[in-house]
Design a binder for this molecule. Structure first.
Ligand SMILES: [Zn+2]
Length: 305
């Protein structure tokens, strides 16, 4: 096993591991640079599997949620090892068979780090931003770097996706929610929308942190759509031990929409689930000790569709 958990994991480590996986598993893993962030970091797509039933999974949409990126890389490595039938994998035999069969008919498209600028700000501070104009603007917002959710331009990507509930501002709260000038304004948002539209997929999971909770209810969608969502969410709950989010909590009046899963459900019209890893009371910056625990909780979750 080359990708080890419970360590500091920066953007450069992520790129190194992308190259490592590509070199090690070139027969079964495809890798593509699908875009750049505002501060010129690469957004990477990694694909594993042989089938045409495609599932898309993303992580690192919010900068400070720094656990899921390395966990997703480790998941990919495990799936590659299963596919080429390596024996040194710590996973139950039944699941090994299940994942191996699944990957004959399905393909997983992973984008483990959609927001590399925000990720590096939250891990190392604003000086990570090379572009002086961006750096000065980000600093001027007076948000501690360890709490940083936004992209390099100070926009919350998970409020920037086109959807019926997108708002530029919260209707009842005078707080700073940075949704962007218009839905889909940000580079990173456009990159993911392009993938949603290019890859004909059957389902989508967006990994966030915190709460150990699964959000599935989509207010803009039909009862039929939401009952399928609940079925999938219950399966994820069985695998992870995470609880199901209450539909009413999912969209309170003081919130604005524009989440990745709103876009996917409304435009692609297939199941779209948000999985929140890590205890609700964990503080930012998130300790690297959550990596191993999170890995064992979510490693089987892409196989629920
Ligand atoms: Zn988040």
């Amino acid at each position: 096993m080359r990708i080890t958990l419970n360590r500091n994991y920066y953007y450069d480590n992520f790129i190194e591991d992308c190259i490592y996986l590509r070199d090690q598993y070139s027969d079964i893993l495809e890798i593509e640079e699908i875009g750049k962030s505002y501060d010129n970091r690469n957004i990477m797509l990694l694909k594993v599997g042989k089938g045409s039933n495609n599932v898309i999974c993303t992580g690192g949409v919010h900068g400070r949620e720094t656990i899921n990126t390395i966990v997703m890389m480790k998941m990919l490595e495990t799936y590659c090892k299963i596919l080429i039938n390596q024996n040194n994998i710590d996973i139950h035999g039944l699941w090994k068979k299940k994942i191996s069969d699944y990957l004959e008919n399905y393909s997983l498209y992973f984008i483990p780090l959609l927001n590399p600028d925000g990720y590096m700000i939250s891990l190392k501070g604003f000086d990570e931003i090379q572009n002086k104009e961006l750096r000065d603007y980000d600093k001027s917002l007076n948000i501690p770097s360890s709490q940083w959710k936004y992209n390099g331009r100070g926009i919350d990507l998970n409020r920037n996706f086109p959807s019926v509930t997108w708002r530029s501002k919260s209707p009842v709260r005078e707080s700073n929610i940075y949704s962007g000038e218009f839905p889909g304004s940000e580079l990173e948002t456009k990159v993911l929308i392009e993938i949603f539209n290019r890859v004909k997929s059957i389902g989508y999971i967006d990994y966030h942190s915190r709460g150990k909770v699964i959000y599935y209810y989509r207010h803009a969608m039909s009862n039929e759509y939401n009952s399928r969502q609940k079925e999938i969410a219950l399966n994820i709950s069985k695998l992870t031990g995470y609880y199901l989010g209450n539909p009413d909590d999912e969209f309170e009046p003081d919130q604005v929409g524009g989440n990745t899963v709103h876009y996917y459900s409304e435009y692609i019209e297939k199941p779209a689930i948000t999985v929140e890893t890590v205890n609700e009371n964990a503080s930012f910056p998130l300790s690297i000790k959550y990596q191993q625990e999170t890995y064992s909780e979510i490693e089987k979750t892409p196989f629920v569709f």
